[in-house]
Design a protein around this ligand. Sequence first.
Ligand SMILES: CC(C)(COP(=O)(O)OP(=O)(O)OC[C@H]1O[C@@H](n2cnc3c(N)ncnc32)[C@H](O)[C@@H]1OP(=O)(O)O)[C@@H](O)C(=O)NCCC(=O)NCCS
Length: 197
Amino acid sequence: MADVDEGERADLRGSVAREDTPRIRPAGMADLRAIMKLETLCFDGDTVEGEPAYRERIETFPEGFLVLESTEGIIGFISSEIWERRERVSADMFALGHSARERFAPGGNELYVSSLAVSPAHRGKAYGEALFGALLDAVTARYPGVRHAILLVGERWGGARAIYERAGFGTVAELKGFFGGRSVPPYDGYVMRRELR
Ligand SMILES: CC(C)(COP(=O)(O)OP(=O)(O)OC[C@H]1O[C@@H](n2cnc3c(N)ncnc32)[C@H](O)[C@@H]1OP(=O)(O)O)[C@@H](O)C(=O)NCCC(=O)NCCS
């Protein structure tokens, strides 16, 4: 795996990219087609979410949707919502393709990271970690009321789990057989949480 030095990580996090370094910026509707291409490349057929869900995410919380752009185009993205924190978690909170608009709480206190993806051709260069860090930094800076973060990760998604564990997230619930079940065998989901401040 290629090493990414601290300077490059800082550039990615700060969105101040050198010319040859992909840059992180907020997503716009014009990115939707490229985002959907990545979504189908990065998730199995049972997990892939549709264009209406992504369109609604960009419309509802544009500051919480970042893309990673290189000279090739969009090579990664991360999306999120702001929720009112519920102590008890349940599978219905994470229904695939759910309406971001219906759940969104502008004055809420928990950031829900709904998706993260990096093109298979560009993995292992800390781009996923950079997108995750940039999102947490941007949201904590602009939304002082957001004090917690939550996400759901598949047991098989080793790269993603490594990023979240390294960022201090801990598993608070296991959702048995949440993922798969049609085109791939069922596998568990882990709900992970962290205090942000
Ligand atoms: C998750 C994802 C975005 C990570 O992208 P990335 O740019 O390769 O991530 P990074 O390079 O920042 O970090 C990946 C880390 O996980 C590690 N890793 C990769 N695959 C792994 C695996 N199967 N098991 C454990 N660790 C793994 C890498 O070694 C790296 O750690 P390191 O920096 O200590 O070497 C990318 O793999 C992806 O798009 N996966 C498919 C979609 C997905 O699972 N999304 C998560 C939704 S919750």
